[in-house]
Design a protein around this ligand. Structure first.
Ligand SMILES: Nc1ncnc2c1ncn2[C@@H]1O[C@H](COP(=O)(O)OP(=O)(O)O)[C@@H](O)[C@H]1O
Ligand SMILES: [Mg+2]
Length: 400
């Protein structure tokens, strides 16, 4: 057997694997690195987070990516260059981080790399005849494997799309493996640039699970803060929002967006929800803005309202349900308070309560997906469902 395939085969048979999960979402804030020790597969998966770090992106990195990020028209040359450049940047970050952790490259079995999402185009959004759902993450896996010497699993979303999904959210697979409970319904929400939800009914099979994007998470707040409160990049702890007043007229106008009215499951991205979307609503409705703090307060209330109504949709008063939130949004104290106030009958916690670092959760979930690809048999996902087909996700890049 070819040496590299033999190596992968040995990794798949190991009692436990060290997998470095990487995540970089639409917030473009940084690269999350979660070093995990994973044993078993499917419902028998055991995962221990050995180390976690977010490497903040440099302004140069952000500016380069912004040239193509969620833009309809870009330089094809730039896109081509970025595909390898981002991967090399990520490999450099990985190599430095392993050194910092005092971990040898040879100790790592696999890298699970999400890549950088640069465009998300579900059919509901692009509406072009003859074209299906589509999504694009760049930062090529072969480059990461070559520059780190570690077998890299990457580009997870394409198989999901190939099997009829929208390529997002993928959290449902790992959420089901790690958090399904025999007795209580559980809702896992991640608040990144975009927010998503997994609903896992008690003692349910994977087919019963619902996974969907909800709508914007921190994305619009970040965009408004960057534009009007420079050099701030986001509303630290929700302090700006706390000093403003919600503009009810704007909140109500934003809630009328057709995407938000359409039924779950659905997916979206900054291609739809961006600062121009907010400005257009303000203009179209001739809404008077007295200060930018009020807009930040309104955008915060907007995300909180969307999350609360999603929680409401999946909960009934006669069944116990636990809600656990992850992602950078958990640090926005005002938003978390608003969600709890809107849902007084339900206890809202962060995933910290179930022993998962909320900042690390998404990167951990990609380590779980890589583990499933290499060591799983897919049986725990049964027949899958429309929003979460049962397929092995990720492409293998050998390090030779
Ligand atoms: N201390 C904080 N206070 C308020 N918001 C924060 C804080 N730390 C992070 N965030 C928010 O979390 C975002 C990053 O969240 P993250 O889960 O990494 O999203 P993504 O997956 O889109 O990269 C930041 O852009 C910011 O909006
Ligand atoms: Mg991030």
């Amino acid at each position: 057997m070819q040496h590299q395939i033999q190596k992968l085969n040995n990794i798949s048979k190991k009692e436990s694997r060290k997998i470095l999960g990487l995540m970089s979402g639409t917030s473009l804030d940084g690269l999350d690195l979660a070093l995990c020790e994973v044993s078993g597969h499917g419902k028998e998966t055991q995962l221990k987070l050995l180390a976690f770090e977010t490497h903040d992106y440099s302004e140069l990195f952000k500016n380069e990516v912004r040239e193509v990020f969620s833009k309809q028209t870009v330089s094809l040359e730039k896109l081509c260059l970025l595909n390898s450049w981002i991967a090399i940047e990520h490999a450099t970050i990985i190599n430095a981080q392993l050194k910092k952790w005092n971990v040898e490259h040879t100790e790592i079995d696999l890298i699970a790399s999400h890549g950088q999402t640069i465009y998300h185009a579900p059919k509901r959004q692009h509406q072009q005849n003859g074209f299906e759902n589509s999504t694009l993450q760049i930062g090529d896996g072969d480059h990461i494997a070559h520059h780190t010497g570690i077998i890299t699993i990457s580009d997870f979303r394409q198989k999901h799309v190939a099997a009829g999904g929208e390529g997002a959210p993928l959290a449902a697979y790992g959420d089901y493996i790690l958090f399904a409970d025999k007795k209580v319904d559980r809702i896992l929400i991640n608040i990144g640039g975009i927010s998503n939800l997994s609903y896992i009914p008690a003692d349910g099979s994977f087919e019963d699970l619902v996974c969907t994007d909800i709508g914007p998470g921190n994305g619009l707040i970040d965009a408004w803060v960057k534009e009007h409160f420079s050099p701030l990049k986001y509303d630290v702890y929700g302090k700006i929002a706390a000093s403003g007043n919600v503009i009810i007229e704007l909140l109500e106008a934003m809630l009328k967006d057709p995407f938000l009215k359409s039924a779950f499951p659905k997916t979206t991205g900054p291609e739809l929800f961006n600062i121009a979307w907010v400005e257009k609503i303000i203009l179209d409705n001739a809404i008077k803005i007295e200060n930018n703090e009020d807009v930040v307060a309104t955008l915060t209330a907007f995300t909180a309202t969307l999350l609360s109504s999603a929680i409401k949709e999946f909960t009934t008063s006669d069944k116990q349900c636990e809600v656990y939130i992850s992602g950078g949004g958990v640090h926005n104290k005002l938003m978390m308070k608003m969600i709890q106030t809107n849902s007084p009958e339900i206890k809202i916690d962060t995933t910290e309560v179930i022993s998962i670092n909320p900042d690390a959760k998404e990167a951990i979930l990609f380590a779980v997906l890589a583990n499933e690809l290499v060591a799983g048999d897919g049986s725990c996902f049964g027949n899958g469902n429309k929003s979460a087909p049962n397929v092995g996700m990720g492409k293998v890049s050998f390090a030779g």
